[in-house]
Design a protein around this ligand. Sequence first.
Ligand code: NAD
Ligand code: GLY
Length: 365
Amino acid sequence: MEQVHVALGNRSYDVVIDAGWLDQLGPSLSDRKLARKNIAVFTSPVVGEHYYVPVQQTLSAAGVSTVGRHDIPDGEDSKSLDNFARAVQWLARFAPDPSVEPVVVALGGGVVGDLAGFAAASFRRGVPYVQVPTTLLAAVDSSVGGKTAVNLPEGKNLVGAFYQPRLVFVDLSTLRTLPEREIRCGMAEVIKYGAILDADLFAFLEDSVEDLMALDMEALLRVVPRCVELKAEVVKEDEHDRKGVRVCLNFGHTLGHAIEKAAAGRLNHGEAVSVGMAAAAHMSVRLGQCPYKVQERVEGLLTTAGLPTRIEKIDVDDILEFTKHDKKFVAGRNRYVLLSSIGQWSVREDVADEVVDEAVRYVLS
Ligand code: NAD
Ligand code: GLY
């Protein structure tokens, strides 16, 4: 078992990672005094179908007397205020006794994790929660760091809280039922960590990304803990995203989000971030931040992972307009995370419109 400690003072916790050990969830909660009387498992219909019964069994075996299940429907649109209200009302009925604090378990991908985390942050002004991520993206990114949120029609993640889990329990074997497109989507975030923070990880990915895509557990057990370690370092430095450090995780995301919206459903999030990273690498070279070789390696690795670096039939003006709605758009400017080399990032707020325009046209070619 691999273990990464997220050091945040009295909000510290462990991320424990292994394969084929879902039956150890109950004992892992017991060890941390989290196997309380009531455990509320939030999941989705698909994930629940695969994993709710084993989760219920391990929790019951660990002495939890009441295990309940609440499903959040699939899809980004489900991360809504309406579903948040349903979730906390369900919790109120599940745990009516104010003297007994329930523990929330988020069993699923980032949609379930973000909504269940926010429900745990809000219900009775905060009850403990545990993340059990079942997508690659959730394992390396969304389950760690305490960003919880739901979307509004006005924008993504506009209502939420920083609220750290008490434990993140990763069983990499759950990725075996994940559609291949979702694995690629998570791989975009894995590649992002290497590109911005760790040249050795990036080089390892260049050698082994095909093994990772085929879910070689040995390779995954090396890469996933390293990504979590990198994220834990960033979160430790800048838990609340106010010190200009956590922004590095946005590499490829500013243009990626705009491309995702302009592509209107043709690209999923990871695919759009991949195209966004290709554009950000191009921008880095154009601004003299790094040599062309860096851009070539980033695009090469994304392509080997089966991710797109170009998109056709999108209007450049639509993309540029959408970048103005990015949450990092401040005082008429976006902050772009760029590469200085593989494994080193920098941020620029003074990127001229023509440079952004050129980078967008580059990925539309
Ligand atoms: P997701 O939660 O939508 O899951 C993708 C799909 O995979 C869903 O259909 C789900 O039912 C299915 N699925 C999940 N696990 C499965 C499994 N093991 N087997 C079979 N099917 C499975 O997508 P995601 O990529 O995990 O998360 C995306 C969300 O994460 C977005 O809402 C994004 O905003 C959020 N996010 C949050 C943070 C953060 O720091 N909190 C960071 C990155 C992304
Ligand atoms: N995924 C962005 C963050 O955690 O800050």
